[in-house]
Design a protein around this ligand. Structure first.
Ligand code: CP
Length: 299
């Protein structure tokens, strides 16, 4: 595998192997038994903010013995006006083994594929894809459910701007499963692949058909001209303890960061049914698995 840009690059068995390897990395780490790389260098080019993804990639690199060169946008020469093309050409001059990129513009990944001579790992591409988040979400589910055959998994909220939802749907589909979706009309995606999803127009219908709910962040930075009344949204669509109990929903997920008090109620992140912190924790192990796969295949 040269690059990891989309979940759909993987077939079902490759995806399941990655998840299985992520469990192995977790076990090996606590037994002090991780087979580390020597002399590997990976650049981080984060052109959008990140807490979870960047931190877990950093920890994964530390566990694997990979040296990180962090080119964050606010400290790079892009601030002085250097183009993305010239930035990538500059970074291509270094003897490194891979690059982890996050960008609001999915075309930056196309440019990176053209310019760079080393593997690219997608850490969040615009509203299109966030494949390592999907890996983390699938591992988190796999910790609770041995298989996903009977699992009613629903994603609710700002589907229009969610790269997390797109990648999760692809990943869950590899297990032969459809993802249930609900959004209010203003967050309904323009296109829906009905072979992969069941879209509910009614919130309650979706809740009734959910073992696990993943609430999505309202992506305030991507709303542009869309006026959303956040109080009204919270009053109609917020996930809270009463909803989880009333509809017998076993677990709550959310990729983070959470707009607390809007898409989920205050305190719910750290409540009994929440897997949100597990999603964060598992980010480390799945990123160990993908970095290990890509770098070993280059050797
Ligand atoms: N889920 C996620 O991508 O979070 P960060 O933006 O904090 O990396």
């Amino acid at each position: 595998m040269d690059n990891f840009i989309n979940i759909n690059q993987l077939n079902a068995s490759e995806l399941k192997d990655l998840i299985s390897n992520s469990f192995d990395f977790q076990k090996k780490f606590y037994k002090n038994n991780v087979d580390q790389f020597s002399n590997k260098n990976v650049i981080f080019l984060f052109l959008e903010p990140s807490t979870r993804t960047k931190t877990s990639f950093k920890i994964a690199c530390s566990i694997l013995g990979i040296n990180v060169i962090d080119v964050s946008s606010e400290n790079s020469s892009m601030v002085k006006g250097e183009s993305i093309e010239n930035t990538l050409s500059t970074l291509n001059s270094y003897p490194v083994d891979g690059i982890v990129i996050r960008s609001a513009n999915h075309m930056d990944f196309e440019k990176a594929k053209e310019i760079l001579n080393y593997p690219i790992i997608n850490a969040g591409s615009g509203i299109n894809s966030h494949p390592t988040q999907a890996l983390s979400d699938l591992k988190t589910l796999n910790e609770k459910f041995e298989d996903f055959k009977e699992l009613k998994m629903s994603i609710v909220g700002d589907l229009l701007h969610s790269r997390v939802a797109s990648s999760f749907i692809e990943g869950f589909g590899k297990y032969g499963q459809k993802t249930n979706l609900f959004s209010p009309p203003f967050f309904k995606p323009k296109k829906l692949n009905l072979e992969m999803v069941n879209f509910y127009e009614d919130f309650e219908d979706c809740l009734k058909n959910s073992d696990v709910i993943m609430a999505l962040r309202i992506q305030k930075e991507r709303l542009n001209d869309l006026n959303v009344d956040f109080d009204e949204y919270a009053s109609k669509y917020q996930i809270n303890k009463k909803i989880l109990d009333e509809y017998n929903i076993k677990y709550l997920m959310h990729p983070g960061p959470v707009n607390e008090g809007i898409e989920i109620s205050h305190g719910l992140q750290n409540s009994e049914k929440s897997l949100i912190n597990d999603q964060v924790k598992n980010g480390v192990w799945v990123r160990c698995a993908i970095l290990d796969k890509i770098l070993r295949e280059q050797e």
